[in-house]
Ligand binder design. Structure first.
Ligand SMILES: *[C@@H]1O[C@H](CO)[C@@H](O)[C@H](O)[C@H]1NC(C)=O
Ligand SMILES: *[C@@H]1O[C@H](CO)[C@@H](O)[C@H](O)[C@H]1NC(C)=O
Ligand SMILES: *[C@@H]1O[C@H](CO)[C@@H](O)[C@H](O)[C@H]1NC(C)=O
Length: 431
């Protein structure tokens, strides 16, 4: 292979893409996959999606491009629904963003931006600047393993060029949990386990012998590199955060392996990283996973500004103030316990009342001769069971109501300042 001038090497992946990704006219793919726009998810895909449920983090993939995968949550059925929708939306095809790539980032640009991002987070007091591991790395990427994993020479070189965060210490940032943003974490490709994992970040490979364009096969091509572990969460459904730039991108199901990054919503690594850096610098995002416009996010923003961000920032003073704020916030939570107690008892009583209604309706249905569940052999016995449950619920009410009265009494004598501050916070942020 001829030596290329490093400075002008484009991320080779994009060249591959240009060759493998169909143009906007789908004719060329007709033979590959005559996929109608909204066909149901095939069994294999469903199985793969179900797999997701047990894995709760993804990698964002950067190379020349930056790919995003939408995510899952913690409730099985709900998550499955979300995944089905998300899969149709996200793994559908090639985004306009992707189509518009005409000026891919060079490897050097991506390395520089990753370095800038790591340095910015250190500057923001999230971790000590000494924790940024810069190339040459010793030991570096495990080249034996990289070869086994079929990384290209260019990809290995790129991974050697990237900075990594030294993670020997238990506690990386103030959260102590290696959190990065959008609930993601840092990835250190010098770690064999992490490197290995970046070949199947979505836990989606069923059969290693299958090709890149088959469902269940490999989908991370030799030039694909993961730059960080990142959840990009479906915020509408899960109430969590995701890269705002990739929100609401409608995709159609594309040909080939549904897990191929080229089928996912994406943007250029350069654009994404510049955007991330900008969001941190302007305190729209706070290291550790908070965003502005939330109680925590806005409080951290205030602390940053009070301590001179960005012109004359004193990270020592900031971290002292931050730790104090976190302690105060815990104390606030304790002080607001009487509100939570009243809320909880109200809620339990409502649950009991709803259940009584529901069971009474069921009893009436049984009496009216409607079908009973197959595991209930005897109508009369079933009806008695229901009546027993109603009786128990009714008996539980006086105790709950007495407790609620006590809780309301306690709440009356709460510090008016606690009450005022809580109301103000709730007006602005809801709970
Ligand atoms: C590198 O990876 C190979 C293959 O997995 C493994 O056998 C070897 O022990 C690794 N080398 C180091 C230094 O960890
Ligand atoms: C968050 O910060 C950005 C940048 O300063 C600003 O444009 C945006 O309006 C803020 N959003 C909220 C909800 O405060
Ligand atoms: C930064 O804050 C710390 C703690 O308040 C203080 O001791 C130190 O002098 C400050 N540094 C500067 C440069 O102001």
């Amino acid at each position: 292979m001829p030596e290329k001038d490093e400075k002008h090497v484009e991320v080779p992946l994009l060249e591959d893409y240009d060759a493998t990704i169909p143009d906007s006219q789908p004719e060329a793919d007709e033979s590959l996959s005559p996929t109608p726009k909204s066909k149901p998810i095939p069994t294999l895909k469903r199985r793969a999606l179900r797999l997701f449920i047990f894995c709760i983090w993804f990698y964002a993939v950067f190379m020349g491009s930056f790919y995003f995968f939408s995510f899952l949550g913690d409730q099985y059925d709900h998550t499955l629904d979300v995944l089905k929708t998300t899969a149709l939306k996200t793994y559908g095809g090639i985004t306009d963003t992707y189509q518009s790539i005409t000026n891919p980032a060079t490897r050097e640009e991506v390395v520089d931006l990753m370095t800038e991002l790591y340095e910015l987070l250190a500057e923001m007091g999230y971790y000590d600047a000494a924790m940024i591991g810069r190339p040459p790395h010793s030991p570096g990427i495990n080249r034996t393993l990289a070869a086994e994993l079929e990384f290209s020479r260019e990809a290995v070189e790129m991974m050697e060029m990237l900075p990594y965060l030294l993670q020997e210490e238990e506690s990386l940032g103030w959260g102590g949990d290696n959190k990065f943003l959008l609930s993601g974490t840092f990835a250190d490709l010098r770690d064999d386990g992490v490197l290995d994992f970046t070949r199947d970040p979505m836990f989606a490979i069923d059969d290693l012998s299958k090709g890149f364009d088959e469902d269940g096969g490999k989908y991370m091509r030799p030039d694909y590199i993961c730059l960080m572990k990142l959840w990009t969460i479906d915020q509408e459904n899960m109430g969590l955060q995701a890269d705002p730039a990739l929100k609401n991108i409608e995709l159609e199901e594309g040909p080939g392996n549904m897990f191929s990054p080229e089928n996912a919503a994406s943007r250029l690594a350069r654009d994404a990283l510049r955007d991330y850096i900008h969001k941190f610098r302007t305190l729209e995002w706070i290291p550790g996973g908070n965003v502005n416009g939330t109680w925590e996010g806005d409080e951290y923003t205030r602390l940053y500004k009070e301590n001179g961000w960005p012109e004359s920032f004193n990270s020592t003073a900031f971290n002292i103030a931050r730790e104090q704020w976190e302690e105060d916030d815990m104390a606030r939570w304790d002080a607001e316990a009487p509100f939570q107690e009243v809320w909880k008892l109200d809620y339990w009583i409502q649950i009991a009342l709803n259940d009584i209604d529901e069971k009474r309706r069921m009893i009436a249905d049984v009496a009216a001769g409607m079908e009973i569940p197959p595991d209930k052999a005897d109508r009369e016995v079933y009806k008695q069971e229901l009546q027993e449950e109603v009786k128990k619920r009714i008996e539980s009410l006086p105790k709950l109501q007495a407790e609620l009265e006590v809780a309301r009494e306690v709440l009356k004598s709460i510090d008016p300042e606690v009450k005022r501050a809580r109301e103000e916070r709730m007006r602005k942020y809801g709970n």
